[in-house]
Design a protein around this ligand. Sequence first.
Ligand SMILES: [Zn+2]
Length: 176
Amino acid sequence: MNRTRTARPGPRIRARRTAAAALGLALAALSAGTASAEQQTGQGTGQSVRTVVLTYNDDLAPSLDAKIAQSTSIWNSAVEAVQLKEVDGAADFSYVETDGSAHTDTDGHGQGQVFLPVGAPLRVVTHETGHILGLPDHFSGPCSELMSGGGPGPACTNAVPNASEAAQVDLLWANG
Ligand SMILES: [Zn+2]
């Protein structure tokens, strides 16, 4: 009887600690997977602009690594309300190489997957990324429009969003 009573607290405490540790791990996993981190940027203007940092993982698109980095820098230069950032592991969206044609599965606000054929032109990479940022296709537009996509024909290599497209993205992300 005595033996049973004194033996009990040990395992109980251990069980409780294990549960607490498991909870801690779950919380850590949750915060690691948190979609969009937000940060304040000042840019020295004296006025702070709220910027959403959208993370991506391109581990499944190794041959497009350099072009994806270029696309990131194009978008990060063009817009302010949202900035793209490469991460390892869990991310808001990802790039995947495909044998098929370029397309993007997205909720239109930062989550999803960009499928790119090996050797995709930079215009295609920035265009598909535009879908992740919330821009729709506009195939009837001129080459100066990124979201006109293949509309202007294969000779069009412009990979930069025009001012109106950039403004649209800033508007879409103005409130996070
Ligand atoms: Zn498109």
